[in-house]
Design a protein around this ligand. Structure first.
Ligand SMILES: C[S@@+](CC[C@H](N)C(=O)[O-])C[C@H]1O[C@@H](n2cnc3c(N)ncnc32)[C@H](O)[C@@H]1O
Length: 178
């Protein structure tokens, strides 16, 4: 079994490859929105098979749709990656409170896609990160994601239906919001 066998909406392998490359040995990565672990399993597999130690956390309250904490654990175990990720069963805001400012290298936002929720996730996690912030579903199908990203990060890079900022772009952005 691999990540391909897990149900979900993961089509951002390229973005997760970029994220993996951006994070240094010993770094911390947080994913908001696990669902059943499809994207989680892909990044955990990259970490398992790579040369860097990366502390990877995925966050979901598992209260939406078919999302499921026990099924996610089973899926990650089936894909042989359970040891390479910590699943935090909680609200995004509660998870953000566990990390110190600038203590996270990269955050990927794929939780609730409403405008207010995306805006809140960006505002919650932006102070925590040092290298990359990005997310999924920047598409007309999810106008709330587009509006929040366009408002806060007009210069975000786009690829497929993902968006992200990293390195210099991010410093400029943090400077603008200070
Ligand atoms: C689009 S799905 C994630 C898809 C997943 N990344 C994949 O590869 O298939 C969004 C997930 O975010 C979770 N979610 C929504 N709002 C949340 C919140 N405020 N805190 C934590 N999780 C949340 C939902 O339970 C759902 O499982």
């Amino acid at each position: 079994m691999t990540y391909l066998d897990i149900p979900g909406w993961f089509d951002f392998e390229d973005a997760y490859d970029l994220l993996y490359d951006q994070v240094s040995d010993g770094g911390v990565v947080v994913e908001i929105g696990t669902y059943l672990g499809k994207s989680t399993a892909y990044l955990a597999m990259r970490i398992r098979d790579g040369r860097k130690v990366i502390h990877f956390f995925t966050v979901d309250h598992f209260q939406q749709g078919e999302s499921s904490y026990p099924q996610t654990l089973a899926n990650l175990a089936g894909a042989d990656v359970l040891s390479w990720v910590t699943v935090l069963q909680m609200e995004s805001a509660a998870a953000a409170a566990l990390f110190k400012d600038s203590g996270v290298d990269a955050v990927w936002i794929d939780g609730c896609h409403d405008y207010e929720a995306v805006k809140r996730d960006i505002e919650l996690w932006l102070p925590k990160i040092s290298r990359l912030i990005g997310g999924h579903d920047y598409t007309d199908r999810w106008p709330g994601v587009k509006s929040a990203v366009d408002q806060i990060f007009p210069n975000a890079r786009k690829g497929g239906i993902s968006w992200w900022l990293h390195d210099l772009n991010l410093k400029v952005c943090k400077g603008n919001t200070a």
